[in-house]
Each structure stands twice: as C-alpha cells, then as structure tokens.
Design a protein. Structure first.
Ligand code: XMP
Length: 506
C-alpha cells in the first residue's frame, strides 16, 4: 500500500493511476489530512502543487513520521519542499521550465535510474527551480536547463525529482516509479482484479453482515459491477431497483433488465416513464430538467425501497475519481467540478452507505467486471448521462420527441457497432434540435426536425475531441436516419471539441 500526499497538483490522480498500473495499491490523502496510523504504508509519494514553496500559504506539512522511516519520493513541488526546508535554495527560475526536456546527466550505479538511458525525455512543469541542493543532497540527474532535476538525501531512502514521471511525456516515468517502488521500497505488486474481488467480498461481508442492501441499477458499468460484487458477497440480501425514466435508449429498459436477471441478480424493474414525462411537461430549462428528474427519481426509488422491510444500507457505484474530487486540495487557481454521485442521498432515506468501488478507477472497474464474468458488451458501454435523453432534446420534452430521438440514436449506435467503430469512440449520441428546416421528399416540401450526431474521444470526460468518423459512414447513417425516422429531414455532425464546447448540448 502506497500513500500519495496531495499538494493540489492537477497530476496527482495520474500518479495514482501509474502506480496502479504497476499492480500496486495506493491511496491519495490531502497533505493536511495525513492518516494517523502509517503502519500499513510501504512507501510515500509527495505530489506537485500549484503553490510556490516560498509562499506563506503554501502547504508545509510535518513529515517527521515519514522521513527516514519510509521510502519517500518527492515530485516537483515535493522536491522543492524538501530542498527548501533542508538547507537548499529554491528560487524563481530564469528560463521557462515547462514541457519536454532530456536528461543530459544521470549518475551511474543508482538503482533509482536503472534501465533508464541518457537523453530520456521527461516532462517539466514548474516556475520555481532548485538552485542548490541541501547539504545531504546527492545530485542524480540534470537536464540542459535544470541542474538539479533529480537528487536523493544521503542516509535515508528519500528521492526527489523536479520532473513529472506520472505524465506520459516522461517516457521512462513508469520505469522510474517501478525502480522506486519495487526495487528500492520493495512494495509487492499484488493488486490485481482477482485479488481485489477476494478482498472486497470479505470486507463487504464483514461490513453489512446479514443486513439487507438496496441498490439502484442504471444499466451503466459502475452500478452493474457494484451490484455483481455485492451479490457475490451477500447474495439474496441485495435488492436491486432498475428505474425506467422514459429517457433511456430504445429498448434499453427491457434488454438490460433481462441481462440483469440472467446474471442472477435480484432486480425489480420499475417502469416510471409516465411519471417522469408528466413531471417534465413544459420544462425547457436544462437545470430544471435535471432537478426534476433527480427529484422524481428519488421519489420513485424511495417508494420502492419503502416496500422492502428492514433495509439498512444503500449501495452506490461511486468510483475513486469522485472520492478524490470531493476531498482534493484546492490550489490557488483550481476550479471545482460538480459531480453526480457523491452526497446525493436524501436525508429521509436514512440508510448507511456502502460503496464497493470507491477505491477504483474506471478502467479498474471494467477489469474487475471482466474478472467477475460480466458480459464484455455491457462493460464496454459508452457513458450515458443520468438525465438520459432529456438533455439531448433541446427545449421541452414530449413523448413524440423522445420517440424520434430514440429511433435516431439507435440507428447511429447500431451503425457504429456494425462498422466496428463503437469501441473506438468514448461516447456517442444524437441530439434533437429545436429547429425545423426545409427539405424535399419526392415532389413535396417538408418542414421537419434537425438532429445532430456527436461522437467524442476522451479519457475521463473532462476534455474531449470530436471523432473523425469516416465520411462514407456519416453519409450512410444520415441517409438511413432521414429515410427511416419520420419527422427528421436533416442530419448534422458536431465538430466541436471540449473545451470550449461540452460533450452534451445542455
Ligand atoms: P459535459 O457535457 O459536461 O459531459 O462535457 C461530460 C460527461 O458527463 C456526462 N454528463 C452527465 N452525467 N448527469 C450525469 O450523470 C448529468 O447531468 C450530466 N451532464 C453531463 C456526459 O454525458 C459526459 O459523459
């Protein structure tokens, strides 16, 4: 188990991901919330930070429980912090130290740089620089502009690097982390999907014992994997509820419900389409739509949960990025993202929360799902927003608009699958615009709806690029949509990236 101490860097999550790629479990803690008991940790990594160590309000944590006791790797701000407070000198750098650089010097015979060759490319991102090392410091590497690119402290297992090994542009970054964690700190590489499943099943059994647990399934990857894990742990004491809000994809409710039943889950499908669509009548404002759907969902879910007696726990598919986000250190210029899963529990439900996936990244959830035998097609599904098609129907929502969009979306998604494009795209969908345009069909003029198609590449939805789908494919799909879906006479393709656009249109 590795402890990552976060000083608010935008790259802290990436450090955790790289460490996990080495099959080593790690946890991020804010620098000011150091766990009291460090006995389960085998190594510590200090992250970068948007602060300057010289600033008064910068993080200045007490590392006396760590220094010399546990192998320590300090990255960027961490490296400057160690230098600054141990007799070295940190000052604003004269040249811009941002972007790619190459290691022009590497000290021989150091485990830390084993299998890393001279000239290896690293990624720098800092405005302060380490002018001189502490008296204890031994220089391990330099670049053209950064003399003290890496150093260690004599007499203790403490290493410091000015560059970012977690960023992909640091070509040997993963090797460096492996050298530190495996060769130097001797952390075992035993964090695998199977090991996770074994441990979490025991943990879940201990936690919920013979209590009943209720869980809302959405058809998405996270809630499905959470359900299968809990099912494995507590069997029939898990009660799943799958709500049809009338805004799912075409036939999704029926298909996914069958799939869940096929997995042996104890699941109740609740078709509340009419209730949602009635509540949404006449509402055009996107935020009001979201709130309305959220409110009705809680009402429906609560009605169902009340019918189960003696339920003590509510299970949620919260994953690690949501958890990190809710505790993360906010730097001077950091923006705060709102997210969907943490803290959404209405008070009156008064249930204890269990979150089997709260320590996993999305790709790990998929791998755990695969090791549990969940269908690859279900695990590879694109993300789909909670408010469903409602935020892809711009303006007010009617059953007819939902029908049109479901038809269009199905043709688009099935087309992507048929052409082997679905798995190359991170998320895809169609948007029904509140615009009519003129067309001709046979001898007649039409005045019908415009739909936009959207397909993006992304890793986490925070940034996204539009996908260059083949023209032939777009041509075929556009024809198919206009010929088959009554009420649509024009198809456009969205070629905006995020930022400055967003993935959804509302
Ligand atoms: P945006 O549009 O913000 O979307 O670029 C980023 C990702 O978040 C999804 N999204 C939502 N998911 N409730 C959700 O559960 C929402 O209100 C919501 N809005 C956007 C979006 O589909 C994309 O994956």
């Amino acid at each position: 188990n590795v402890l990552i101490l976060d000083f608010g860097s935008q790259y802290t999550q990436l450090i955790a991901r790289r460490v996990r790629e080495l099959h080593i479990f790690c946890e991020i803690f804010p620098y000011n919330q150091l766990p009291e008991d460090l006995s389960s940790f085998k190594a510590v990594i200090l992250s970068g930070s948007p602060f300057s160590v010289r600033a008064e309000d910068a993080p200045h944590p007490d590392l006396s429980q760590i220094r010399g006791k546990l192998p320590l790797l300090a990255v960027c701000y961490g490296a400057q912090y160690l230098a600054h407070f141990n007799g070295g000198e940190v000052a604003p750098s004269a040249t811009r130290e941002y972007g790619r650089a190459n290691l022009t010097y590497i000290k021989d015979d150091e485990d830390f740089f084993e299998e890393i060759a001279l000239n290896s490319q690293v990624w720098m991102s800092h405005s302060d620089t380490i002018k001189s090392l502490p008296p204890q410091g031994i220089r391990l590497a330099s670049t053209k502009d950064v003399e003290n690119a890496a150093y260690r402290l004599e007499g203790e297992p403490t290493y410091a690097i000015q560059f970012h090994p977690e960023v992909y542009h640091s070509i040997d970054g993963k090797q460096l982390l492996e050298n530190f964690l495996v060769k130097i700190a001797q952390v075992p590489q035993n964090f695998t999907p199977n090991a996770f499943v074994e441990d979490i099943v025991v943990e879940l059994r201990e936690k919920v014992q013979n209590d009943k647990v209720v869980l809302g399934l959405s058809g998405g990857v996270d809630s499905t994997v959470a359900a299968v894990l809990l099912h494995k742990a507590i069997g029939k004491n898990l009660y799943c509820i799958f709500v049809n809000n009338g805004l799912l994809r075409k036939n999704e409710f029926e298909n996914v419900l069958l799939q869940y039943q096929g997995m042996g889950l104890n699941v109740k499908g609740v078709d509340a389409s009419a209730r949602f669509l009635t509540a949404l009548e006449g509402i055009s404002d996107p935020e009001t739509k979201r709130k309305t759907i959220g409110r009705v969902f809680i009402e429906v879910f609560d009605d169902e949960a009340q019918q189960l007696t003696d339920v003590k726990w509510l299970a949620q598919g919260t994953i690690y990025p949501d958890v990190i986000e809710s505790v993360s250190v906010k730097g001077p210029s950091a923006t705060i993202k709102s997210h969907h899963n943490v803290g959404g529990l209405p008070d009156f439900m008064k249930l204890k929360i269990v979150e089997p996936l709260r320590m996993l990244f999305k790709d790990e959830v998929r791998r755990v799902g695969a090791s549990l035998g969940i269908d690859a097609e279900l695990l590879g599904r694109h993300p789909f927003p909670g408010p469903g098609l409602s935020i892809r129907i711009l303006g007010d929502i009617t059953p007819e608009k939902v029908r049109i969009l479901q038809e269009v979306d199905a043709l688009f998604i099935d087309g992507l699958k048929a052409h082997g494009l679905y798995d190359k795209v991170w998320q895809a969908g169609a948007i029904l615009l509140p615009v009519n345009s003129v067309g001709v069909m046979g001898d007649e003029r039409t005045y019908e709806k415009v739909v936009a198609l959207r397909a993006v590449e992304s890793t986490d939805g925070m940034t996204a690029d539009w996908v260059h789908l083949p023209y032939d494919f777009l041509m075929k799909i556009s024809n198919e949509i206009i010929n088959k879906v009554r009420g649509v006479n024009r198809v456009v393709y969205d070629i905006s990236s995020k930022p400055p656009a967003t993935i959804e249109w509302e």
